[in-house]
Design a protein around this ligand. Structure first.
Ligand code: TDX
Length: 335
C-alpha cells in the first residue's frame, strides 16, 4: 500500500484528485488533511470511503502535522492546500502568506525528516506573471508573480525546490493553467458565470474583458498530477495546459449561449488591480516526458461542468447563503 498524504483534499482540485486516485488505484491509501476553509466542503468526499482517512487540520499547524506524520508512514505528499483566489489576496493577503508559504514549509520539513519518497507541490501558471499578445510560459520562464496570491505560490515553489537542491528531498512541481469543472467554488470565473446565469443575475466582467486565460478541465489536470507523482523526475517542474486560450468576454458569451441566456447579463466592472493580461502554457515537456495529453475539449468540459452545476444546486446554494454572500457584496456592489 502506498500511503499518500493529500493536503487541501476537500477543495476543488484536491477533491477531484482524491476521487480519481481512489477509483484508479487500489494500492493507494489517501490521508486527506484539510482545514475546511470557506472553499472546502466535507461532503465532497463521502465519509467511510475505502482507503481513505480524513484529518481536519491546517498545514500551518505544525504540531498537528507532526502527529499525522508520526501516526502514518507517509510515502508521498501532494500539496494542494492553498488560498487560491487572486481577488481575496488583494483584499487580505496575510492568510496567503501563512497557508501557502508557512504551511508548505512545514510539510517540507516534516517530509524531509520522515524520508518521504516524493513531494509534489501544486503550483500555478500565475507564478510566471503576465504575457503580451505573443509567447507562452515554459518551465524555464523566469518567475514574475504580480499578485499577493501568485507571489506566495512562487515563494513556496522556491522554498520547495531549495529542499531538493540542498537536502535531496525528491520535490516535483506542477504548474497548470486555469482549471474548471465540478466542485469549483463559485468565486472563480466559470462557476460564477454558470450560477449567475442560472439565477438570471448580472455577470461582472473586469476591465475591457480582453484578458486571456487558458482553460483546462480539472480531470485532465489531476491525471497529469498523478502521472507526475508516479513517473516524473525529482527536481523537475512540469507545466500543464489546456490548449484553450480564450478572452474572458468570449468564454462568458460562449457559456451564456450554451445556457440560452442573454449577453445583456454581462456587466463591465472596474478592473482587478494588477490584472494579468494573458496566460498561455507550453506543456510539451509533460507531453514528452509523462505522455500527458488532454481527454476533454473545452466544449465537452464545459458541457459536463454546466450539467454538474445544474444537477447540484443544493451544493452551491449552501455556499451562496453563507460567507460568500458577504464577500460577493464587498467585491461587486458599487464596483
Ligand atoms: O467575476 C469575475 N470577472 C472577471 O472578469 C471573476 C471572478 C474573474 N474575472 C476575470 C479575471 C481573470 O482574468 O476572469 C479571469 C479568471 O479569473 P479567476 O477565475 O479569478 O482566475 P485567475 O485570476 O485567472 O486565477 C486562476 O487561475 C490560476 C485561479 O484562481 C488560481 O488559483 C490559479 O492558480
Amino acid at each position: 500500500m502506498k500511503i499518500c498524504l493529500v493536503t487541501g483534499g476537500l477543495g476543488f482540485i484536491g477533491t477531484n484528485f482524491i476521487s480519481h486516485v481512489l477509483e484508479a488505484r487500489r494500492d493507494y491509501m489517501i490521508i486527506n488533511v484539510d482545514s475546511v476553509t470557506y472553499a472546502a466542503n466535507p461532503k465532497n468526499i463521502p465519509e467511510g470511503a475505502p482507503n481513505y482517512k480524513f484529518h481536519r487540520l491546517d498545514i500551518a499547524d505544525k504540531t498537528g502535522l507532526i502527529k499525522v506524520f508520526e501516526d502514518n508512514k507517509i510515502d508521498y505528499v501532494v500539496n494542494f492546500a492553498a488560498e487560491s483566489h487572486v481577488d481575496r489576496s488583494i483584499l487580505k493577503p496575510d492568510i496567503f502568506i501563512k497557508t501557502n508559504i508557512e504551511g508548505t514549509f512545514n510539510l517540507l520539513e516534516l517530509s524531509l525528516e520522515k524520508g518521504v519518497k516524493r513531494f509534489v507541490q501544486i503550483s500555478t501558471d500565475e507564478v510566471y506573471g503576465s504575457l503580451g499578445d505573443e509567447g507562452m510560459f515554459c518551465e524555464v520562464t523566469p518567475l514574475s508573480p504580480r499578485s499577493p496570491y501568485s507571489a506566495s505560490k512562487a515563494s513556496a515553489d522556491l522554498i520547495a525546490m531549495s529542499f531538493f537542491h540542498t537536502y535531496g528531498l525528491p520535490v516535483l512541481i506542477s504548474r497548470c493553467s486555469n482549471n474548471y469543472g465540478p466542485y469549483q467554488f463559485p468565486e472563480k470565473l466559470i462557476p460564477l458565470v454558470i450560477i449567475n446565469a442560472l439565477n438570471n443575475k448580472e455577470i461582472p466582467l473586469y476591465g475591457d474583458g480582453k484578458n486571456v486565460r487558458d482553460w483546462i478541465y480539472v480531470s485532465d489536470h489531476v491525471r497529469g498530477v498523478l502521472s507526475m507523482l508516479e513517473n516524473g523526475k525529482p527536481g523537475e517542474i512540469y507545466n500543464f495546459g489546456g490548449n484553450s486560450e480564450m478572452k474572458n468576454i468570449d468564454i462568458i458569451t460562449h457559456i451564456l449561449n450554451k445556457l440560452g441566456k442573454p449577453v445583456s447579463l454581462i456587466k463591465y466592472v472596474k478592473d482587478r488591480p494588477g490584472h494579468d493580461r494573458r496566460y498561455a502554457m507550453d506543456f510539451s515537456k509533460a507531453k514528452k516526458d509523462l505522455g500527458f495529453s488532454q481527454e476533454y475539449s473545452l466544449d465537452r468540459g464545459l458541457d459536463i461542468t454546466m450539467e454538474w452545476y445544474g444537477n447540484n444546486v443544493k451544493w452551491w446554494q449552501e455556499i451562496l447563503s453563507g460567507e460568500y454572500k458577504k464577500y460577493y457584496k464587498q467585491m461587486y456592489e458599487g464596483r
